[in-house]
Design a protein around this ligand. Structure first.
Ligand code: 6PG
Length: 246
């Protein structure tokens, strides 16, 4: 478990935007550049989508950017709720409805975590799917991992009681939401921290205390799973003004 309190600001870039709309435009440009660069190398751009409500506001903007080479995208998830894809809380279902069904990404390039399956079996199946992508030091390496942030400092579906997710050798694990008890599937720290680029996308004043605590290296930041996201690649935060100063 990481104990070093390296100055977080030296590890992560923080960009504060006026609105979620501005975040959406910046994210859209980032994805456009990623797919164009991948095409130049005749490769795909492997992205793990985050769940919850924030990305849904951002996904809609992507459908308006026709410079994104959608056929170069391979879509995965950082986590999923253990519900069927047509359930209102399905991260896949929500992403499909606002984004994936409106853009020309081949269905064969969309790899959803099957929330309807038994978690203990699905986590093994998904881990094997991950092994089909670029492998850096024998661990799957995403080109981009999108992450959200919970008020309790959780990210993906790694909650404050799940710190073993940062020491396990597994690529995918099952967890439970601490309040609702809802079963979840989540990428583990081993995969998240092997990404070429991890981007936190966070809005809302209910996240500002956690963000300030992390960026100011406060001792209590150690209780937040988001604190332990230290990728071998780039670490960025795109947040809005309310997430920055409440
Ligand atoms: C999920 C997420 C989770 C989410 C945060 C923020 O499946 O819920 O992946 O980590 O990103 O809880 O959620 P909001 O964007 O809804 O605040």
């Amino acid at each position: 478990m990481m104990e070093s309190i390296a100055n977080y600001k030296s590890l992560a870039s923080l960009t504060v935007f006026k609105s979620v709309d501005e975040i959406s435009v910046a994210f859209s440009v980032l994805l456009e550049k990623g797919t164009v660069n991948a095409a130049k190398k005749n490769k795909h751009f492997h992205i793990a989508l985050s769940g919850g409500s924030t990305p849904l506001k951002i996904f809609e903007k992507l459908t308006q950017n026709r410079n994104i080479l959608f056929d170069r995208l391979k879509i995965y998830w950082g986590d999923e709720r253990c519900v069927p894809p047509d359930h209102p809380e399905s991260n896949y279902g929500n992403a499909f409805n606002v984004f994936l069904k409106n853009v020309p990404i081949p269905a064969s390039q969309i790899y959803r975590m099957k929330g309807e399956n038994t978690p203990s079996q699905e986590k093994l199946k998904y881990a094997s799917i991950l092994k089909n992508m670029d492998i850096d030091n024998s661990i799957p390496s995403f080109d981009l991992v999108m992450l959200g942030l919970g008020e309790d400092g959780h990210t993906a579906s790694i909650f404050p009681g799940d710190m073993e997710m940062f020491s396990t050798d597994k690529l995918v694990e099952e967890t439970r939401h601490p309040e609702s008890g809802q079963k979840r599937l989540t990428l583990t720290g081993k995969v998240l921290n092997n990404a070429k680029h991890v981007l936190f996308l966070v809005t809302g004043d209910n996240k500002s205390d956690v963000i300030q605590s992390i960026f100011n290296d406060q001792p209590e930041a150690k209780k937040y799973p988001a604190w332990y996201i230290r990728p071998s690649g780039k670490l960025s935060w795109f947040i809005d003004q309310s997430a920055f100063n409440g």
